[in-house]
Design a protein around this ligand. Structure first.
Ligand SMILES: Nc1ncnc2c1ncn2[C@@H]1O[C@H](COP(=O)(O)OP(=O)(O)OP(=O)(O)O)[C@@H](O)[C@H]1O
Ligand SMILES: [Mg+2]
Length: 228
């Protein structure tokens, strides 16, 4: 499959001085202030439902980390509706799904992005059994290996309430960032998503409040932090 041409705009690249880009840098700073076990930053971004801004948040957070001279790996663990290959106009011929079935070595799936310090692993072909693959022993081994080679590892995931994928990915992460769409996410959905992640012993580091309208039709990213 040739690289997709359906590229998505990335605000932290295209307009690094905008207030939105600044809010991603603030998110990064706040994450830097949270204590991590062994200084490991294996983070995942999820939300309760679809289209709340998970992939957008993961991408921009990965970029601002890379811009702060951290070696970053962004992994598309949304094996149902992957977008990372489109965002960075890369091939999705081999990626996470191939690694998890044991077809490919993970290092062979790492792709450059043209952005200093930022590498990606795309989803690979969509498998019939994403939850099973993501909860496999190979997934644990894969995370163990990548964390030795990168300062920050970020996973994009599917919605928490629809399928168990995000919950199982959380078991291999040191922290979870929950995206809330200010206009869309219902309170009970958020409470359920948190309960689901709690059951996986996930450490929720913060909530990103996405799509906050600040007049004149502008959408801004906002976030706040709370204790678990
Ligand atoms: N704050 C925002 N302002 C304007 N557009 C946004 C904002 N956040 C996300 N979008 C757009 O909304 C759409 C959905 O966002 P995104 O793909 O990041 O959500 P998602 O939670 O990953 O969705 P999915 O559940 O399908 O994986 C995209 O087209 C994205 O560009
Ligand atoms: Mg997505």
């Amino acid at each position: 499959m040739p690289p997709s041409t359906n590229k998505r705009p990335i605000i932290t690249l295209e307009n690094p001085k905008s207030p939105i880009s600044e809010s991603y840098r603030m998110l990064r700073s706040n994450l830097d202030f949270t204590s991590f076990d062994n200084n490991e930053k294996i983070l995942m971004v999820t939300s309760s439902g679809p289209s709340e801004g998970k992939s957008t948040t993961t991408t921009n957070l990965a970029i601002v980390y890379a811009q702060s001279d951290k070696k970053v790996l962004l992994i598309d663990a949304d094996l149902r509706k992957p977008t990372v290959h489109q965002t960075f106009s890369r091939s999705n011929r081999s990626g996470l799904s191939n690694i998890l079935v044991g077809q490919t070595e993970w290092k062979e799936c790492v792709q450059s992005t043209g952005i200093d310090n930022l590498s990606i692993i795309t989803s690979g072909p969509i498998p019939p059994n994403p939850s099973e693959l993501l909860s496999s022993k190979r997934m644990g081994q894969f995370v163990e290996q990548v964390k030795g080679e990168f300062d920050v590892v970020l996973f994009d995931t599917p919605p928490t309430l629809a399928v168990t994928d995000a919950q199982v990915v959380a078991t291999n992460c040191s922290g979870v960032i929950l995206v809330v769409d200010s206009g869309k996410t219902k309170k009970d959905a958020l409470v359920k998503a948190k309960a689901t992640l709690d059951r996986a012993n996930a450490r929720i580091l913060g909530v990103v409040l996405n799509n906050v309208s600040r007049g004149k039709g502008d959408s801004y990213y906002y976030y706040y932090y709370g204790n678990k």
